[in-house]
Design a protein around this ligand. Structure first.
Ligand SMILES: C[S@@+](CC[C@H](N)C(=O)[O-])C[C@H]1O[C@@H](n2cnc3c(N)ncnc32)[C@H](O)[C@@H]1O
Length: 273
């Protein structure tokens, strides 16, 4: 039994990432709500550019829709840029986005537990907001270390285990999912509290930093846009994945006031000795 829906292979290969539109909806609902916190893509790129290698080989692991991949392509001017993900549908989007920007990318459809890259072949590896999808993130960290050149850099990014707990509380208070607060965090396997120690099992951690982000969903429609994309809640089939119906049901149960939620984003910068 997977620890959370985020480590459930059926969720990962199916509802979470088979449909690029759903990931785009989740990301845009969160971005529209963000009222404070750094731009994660800018921070990831800044940490990646500390490499001393000119024209590095760069691999964006679990690249999703390629938002970081695009920035890495323009800022690092890599000799080779690899965008790796398990979702072929998302890799199609990455290829389209980079091609439209006139940038080169090699896409690789692969499981990050078994990186199909030669030993010591990558100068900079990024794994942002994806290692919590592994039941054994230390294995992925070891796979990344194997692929890095000696002195090669890794930037691993995740969220705190208590991310969005205010949303869990509100969903429980609405009566739609009474167990929402007790259920394990989606980020249980790789989170702000264990990311640096997990990374240190295979690499030398240079630094790790935590940044708080605050989100304000102005009304329940906007809140429902985000909640409908989360696998955390056990909602009736009538509501799950249906933001408009979910918003209407929430309005029946709760005052339509702004909802504030928080998350900590943690950046671990490491080097292969
Ligand atoms: C939340 S998205 C993160 C996307 C991107 N890194 C970002 O920061 O926007 C997580 C990504 O991890 C990918 N993923 C999950 N499990 C994976 C695995 N075992 N191997 C490769 N990619 C995986 C998913 O397909 C998805 O694209």
């Amino acid at each position: 039994m997977p620890a959370t829906p985020f480590t459930d292979p059926d969720q990962i290969a199916g509802p979470l990432y088979a449909d690029p539109a759903r990931l785009a909806r989740r990301t845009s609902a969160l971005h529209a709500a963000k009222i404070s916190g750094d731009d994660a893509t800018a921070t990831i790129t800044a940490l990646a550019t500390t490499t001393s290698t000119a024209a590095p080989v760069v691999c964006d692991i679990g690249c999703g829709r390629g938002t970081s991949t695009l920035q890495l392509a323009t800022r690092l001017r890599p000799s080779r840029l690899i965008a790796l993900d398990q979702s072929a549908a998302l890799l199609d989007i990455v290829r389209e986005r980079l091609t439209a920007a006139g940038l080169d990318v090699d896409t690789m459809c692969a499981d990050f537990h078994h990186l199909p890259l030669p030993d010591g072949s990558v100068d900079v590896a990024i794994a942002a907001f994806c290692l919590y999808h592994s039941p054994r993130p230390a294995d992925v960290v070891a796979a990344i270390a194997r692929c890095l050149t000696p002195g090669g850099r890794a930037v691993l990014v995740t969220k705190s285990a208590d991310s969005y707990q205010e949303i869990d509380q509100l969903i429980a208070a609405s009566g739609l999912d009474l167990d929402a607060v007790e259920r394990p965090s989606l980020y249980t396997t790789f989170h702000s509290g264990n990311a640096a120690n997990t990374t240190a099992t295979a690499m030398q951690v240079l630094q790790h930093q935590h940044q708080q982000q605050v989100f304000r969903f102005q009304h329940l429609d906007h809140f429902a846009d985000y909640v409908a994309t989360s696998p955390k809640y056990t909602l009736s089939a009538h509501l799950a994945g249906h933001p408009r119906r979910l918003a209407a049901e929430l309005r029946r149960r709760l005052p339509d006031r702004p909802v504030t939620a928080t998350s900590t984003v943690t950046y671990v910068q490491a080097v292969r000795p």
